[in-house]
Design a protein around this ligand. Structure first.
Ligand code: NI
Length: 161
């Protein structure tokens, strides 16, 4: 939970995909579903590694694990939409992001996976990759949202993460 300092760190790449990484991914998937989220990045569970999980957009009950993901913009039309974050409870802000994304990364077996999307999941990939670079939605919100959310953010800071 914000303002835990791990959320501001640049996460380190995953080296060997050993049992510990598989256990971490499993824990993250369980947490994502328990919190009714659509994505969760390792820094959000206190682990500064480049790994995140999302729900499979084509199969709600299946999760996808991305290890050392890299994004490439394939449609740079910018669209503004609401985003929330499990690390920022009760905050909902508008974030501008490019529409079309190609993501490549490794799965838990170390195989390279590539996907492309111009749908909502492309926004989720960008949100989760931001976490791996220590960036949160409150770093990307508009001045108006900053004013609107000021009180909630202050309360989170006072609670100390
Ligand atoms: Ni988030």
């Amino acid at each position: 939970i914000y303002p835990d300092p791990v959320l501001k760190q640049i996460a380190t790449p995953v080296g060997e995909i050993h049992e510990g990484i598989r256990a971490l991914a499993g824990r993250m998937i369980d947490l994502m579903y328990a919190a009714d989220g659509i994505g969760l990045a390792a820094p959000q569970v206190g682990v500064s590694k480049r790994i995140f999980v999302t729900r499979d957009p084509d199969d709600e009950i299946r999760a996808i694990v991305w290890i050392n993901p890299i994004l490439e913009v394939i449609d740079d039309e910018m669209v503004c939409d609401s985003e929330g974050c499990l690390s920022l409870p009760d905050i909902d802000v508008k974030v501008q992001r490019p529409t079309g994304i190609r993501i490549s990364g490794l799965d838990l077996e170390g195989r390279e996976v590539v996907m492309e999307s111009g749908e909502h999941i492309a926004r989720v990939w960008q949100h989760e990759c931001d976490h791996l670079d220590g960036r949160l939605i409150i770093d990307r919100m508009s001045t108006m949202d900053r004013l609107r959310c000021r009180k909630v953010i202050r309360e989170l800071v006072e609670r100390g993460g």
